[in-house]
Ligand binder design. Sequence first.
Ligand code: LMR
Length: 396
Amino acid sequence: MFEHLAEYPGDPILSLIKTYQDDTRPEKVNLGVGVYLDAQGRLPVLQAVAAAEQQLRKAAPAPSMYLPMAGHDAYRLNAQRLQFGDQSQALAEGRIATIQTLGGSGALRTGADFLRQWFPDSGVWVSDPTWDNHLALFAGSGFTVGTYPYCRPASAELAFEAMLGTLSTLPRHSIVLLHPCCHNPTGLDLTNAQWLAVIQVLAEHELIAFVDCAYQGFGEGLEADVFAIREMERAGLSFLVSYSFSKNFSLYGERVGTLSVVCSSAPLATKALGQLQATVRRHYSSPPQHGALLVDLVLGSELADLWRTEVDAMRTRIAAMRELLAQALVEAGLPLGERIRRHRGLFSYTHLTRAQVLRLRQDHGIYLVDNGRLCLAGLTEEKLAYVSAAIADVIR
Ligand code: LMR
């Protein structure tokens, strides 16, 4: 019956987790998957999350009823306030439809299905390069996915003018996937002035921005990292935001995210919410409860301050590792060091060739994604000299 099935070659990022785990070399270093590890190279349990877990455990076991299709109500409100801000006019006017989703990927896929149904003639445009799964998720919903220039292969610099030029040529209602901070995979972010220029083009050409926010707090700070989202709202755009709490709550396994559709009126937001619920019902009916309860307990209480401090500490550690690696590579005479220094967030696009990435993996047990993406959050001071020497070895 199933003999015609094709082999699944595996995912370029997630398959690396298992390959890394199976590697028995003690010197191995995981700079592949986009996960924050602490200074000892461990996946942290945030103190704010641990306190919320304790509160849940102390309470009498609650019956486990289905959550509504849109998810946990208070969680959705707290997530909206974090993303759009307390001062958001769209929030005050009830113009944002938000559902709880299965992490950021679940938000992207639900948003893609929603758009495919209501904008069937639109195409989707993602940055070149982008997170591999963006292509798969939108293609999976039936879209044709094109790219806009983002990073110049030769110089590894941001191709901003070319990006803006391409966006200006897109047909009305084209869907444009944007990373508000910590661009995945390059680590090259737009300045605030560049964002304002992009927003002007989106408005003039009536493009649908789909903002994928998976790393709030890991770039410049919790507020600074959502500049693009806040400005799009202020500019009166109708747009979508997919959001993941996986990284900034270190809750990867709980699959906690949101999808928001910012509309021009409250009645339209009600309709959008209804359509999102219909999409959810067709896929998985309603989301799971535990992760959303934890995030809600933190964001809705004084634990939020502790959490903000912990996010700041994670960002500071990533930036410190970035600087140390940059310094070591510059000292080794490699221009890659200067480039890494200019990036933000978890990632740097090294422009190492696939052959060099494979040599790093095979000869040194250092795991990068095949496309040359390196995750700084997997680096520790203990491994720094080893990693920089290995990178120098494969480049020379
Ligand atoms: C990553 O980019 O490494 C993470 O977002 C994990 C994933 O799902 O690919």
